[in-house]
Design a binder for this molecule. Sequence first.
Ligand code: SAH
Length: 350
Amino acid sequence: MQAQPTYLSDLTPDKLADYLQSIGQPKFRAKQIFKWLHQKLVTDFAAMTDQPKALLQTLQDTTAIAAPVIRRRQQSKDGTVKYLLELSDGNCIETVLMRYKYGNTVCVSTQVGCAMGCRFCASTQAGRVRDLTPGEIASEIYTAQKDTGERVSHIVLMGIGEPLHNFDNVMDFLTIISCSEGLNIGMRNISLSTCGLVPQIDRLAQKHLQLTLSVSLHAPNNAMRSGMMPVNDAFPLEQLIPACRRYQKETGRRISFEYSMVKGVNDSPATAKELAELIRGMGAHVNLIPINPVDGSPYSATDEANVRRFQKLLEDYGVNATVRRRLGTDISAACGQLRREDAKERKPGP
Ligand code: SAH
């Protein structure tokens, strides 16, 4: 079996400098090559015209650059573009570009599949296949930017996978994407969403990043939450909520809670009250979103009027809440569905 080449696109500036030094190259090359990879977004060594030919030949022979292929592309009437990207090993992931007034946001996947098992989520139905590397996550943004010819200014880590279950690679990705020699996307323009892995929330707090942490709450008591999210058995609310408070204290950043609304499960007025009591006084923000029903799931969405009523109740109880604007509803099934459909279609193949 051939050894995996080193993917240069996975390396943070420091790691790239170390690597180049280890093959006898001066450190200043690292800055130049990093810029080619992460600012000029080239995926071909031959394009690095300021580098010595012999070095480029060596890199070509022994290293690689993440360069996913667009396998499918769907564009919504509202401008949202959804990509199914094929990675170098044939695995597929989803990436979505959304156009807002303040700029373009890309929603990235962080793993192939997911191990967390949330019952309403399409991404986790076939489990986790593998983690994405830092360069693969960055390449999702580069692919969307090159495809549209438009700058990406914001990132949400809300695609397939649990970012805190791929902690080290996600941290290196954040270093790469926020670096001034790269796309220079500020941490304040980045949101990371987690299903609530408590030890990793504490680890993240210690990094003191200025990103927004979103926690997928979805229910205000353990019985309800465990029914929707198996992760709640490992880290129940009496651990998760204090971890959120610690995170806010440590980083000085407000948390935002995701709350996907499921008809007849977590959308009653009594539940709104319970939710408000759980998180009141944290200054946190609640993002309400009607669940996007997926195949094989018993859940259906709370209707619009009920979502508004729930929002109003939260506000009356002193909790700040918004209803997430839904983009790309005409193309997108819930995130993770395009990959599932594609896998099903490919199975009977040759
Ligand atoms: N693993 C991370 C990030 C990926 S999911 C997390 O759990 O937060 C991004 C958000 O979409 C999460 O809040 C998740 O609970 C929610 N989500 C997943 N499937 C959904 C669906 N079918 N309808 C509505 N929200 C969904």
